[in-house]
Design a protein around this ligand. Structure first.
Ligand code: SAM
Length: 311
């Protein structure tokens, strides 16, 4: 199985989605501890040797870092065969898209919880949804494919699913509806706003399931009566842990195998302490070997925010 490495570039985000709340539980990693492009380049080669084929830049909000283009370039220089993807709230995507594409970015996923300007600001924070959608559509045109992630929330946007699908029909951008996960930083919000995957499918008018793009893709794919395909990521009601191929590297280089995993291997600390490539490769290999799912039952939740572990 090819592995996917998610790089959480920083915990901070300019938005305040009710279910995420960066820094609600722990302070952000100091900037001086952030891995640099050169460090990502060095580690990228070791991850590639361990079987990583795809790298996703996420956070927090990755585009709050000024050096994302450099990070993409460094990863690609070390491993030209890496697929490098970005998950972003899209607020700064339009302005940086060409530079990111020149650096080698292959794919982008943009997170948009409402297509309606006022509701978007109420759900996410002070941003302009029209600008975000313009960036998303530009990415779709330039990269050949971009996706839109919607976190479905009761009393927030559960009445808007057909509007998202109408947007998908017009633009060709694939929409993926995400079931809320109770990550510990916003338990009350998640309890009140949770919409189960089965209800999402009903509201969206799914008529049939279609095969996943790959067994490890978190999105199950469905078709509407007119043939439109959309995704559902239902981590709680349809967990896909058995096929999960993700490793997660935090801003300071702590390496974890699962969002819910408490302990993480201190890869970044070893690198900064002068470890050799062989020593670093051994840490990566142990993480790959030891990868297990820690997905908790719906009653028992780990205390973290998605922005800490890389959403
Ligand atoms: N800032 C970027 C963004 O907004 O996409 C990247 C990081 S964000 C943590 C990645 C994804 O995680 C977003 O689609 C976000 O909505 C999702 N997310 C965060 N907390 C979540 C939760 N409790 N349940 C479900 N999805 C969540």
């Amino acid at each position: 199985m090819g592995w996917t490495l998610r790089l959480n570039l920083l915990e901070q985000c300019q938005y305040r989605c009710g279910y995420c709340r960066p820094q609600a539980l722990r302070a952000a990693t100091p900037n001086s501890a952030w891995l640099t492009p050169a460090e990502y380049a060095r580690l990228g080669v070791l991850f590639h040797a361990a079987g990583v084929e795809k790298v996703r830049l996420t956070g927090g909000e990755p585009l709050l870092r000024d050096d994302v283009e450099e990070i993409v370039r460094a990863l690609k220089r070390g491993c030209p065969s890496f697929t490098v993807a970005l998950t972003t709230n899209g607020q700064r995507l339009g302005a940086r898209l060409e530079g990111l594409a020149r650096a080698g970015l292959d794919r982008a996923t943009v997170h948009v919880d409402s297509l309606r300007a006022e509701r978007y600001r109420a759900l996410m924070g002070d941003g302009d949804v029209a600008e975000v959608l313009a960036g998303l559509e530009a990415a779709h045109a330039l990269l050949g494919r971009a996706k839109l992630n919607v976190v479905v929330q009761r009393g927030g946007n559960e009445d808007e699913l057909l509007d998202f699908l109408a947007y998908s029909r017009v633009t060709g951008v694939e929409v993926r509806f995400i079931e809320l996960m109770n990550t510990g930083s916003a338990r009350d919000y998640v309890r009140e706003a949770f919409v189960p995957g089965a209800e999402i499918l009903e509201r969206a008018g799914a008529v049939a399931r279609v095969p996943r793009r790959s067994p490890s893709d978190p999105a199950a794919l469905y078709r509407t009566a007119d043939g439109l395909v959309f995704g559902l990521i239902a981590s709680d009601t349809q967990p896909f842990c058995a096929h999960c191929n993700r490793l997660r590297l935090m801003p300071d280089g702590r390496l974890a195998g699962c969002l819910y995993q408490g302990a993480a291997a201190p890869l970044g600390a070893a690198l900064r302490a002068g470890a050799t490539d062989a020593e670093l490769a051994a840490i990566v290999a142990a993480a790959v070997r030891g990868k297990r799912s820690f997905h908790p039952s719906t009653e028992r939740r780990a205390a973290f925010s998605m922005s800490e572990a890389g959403g």
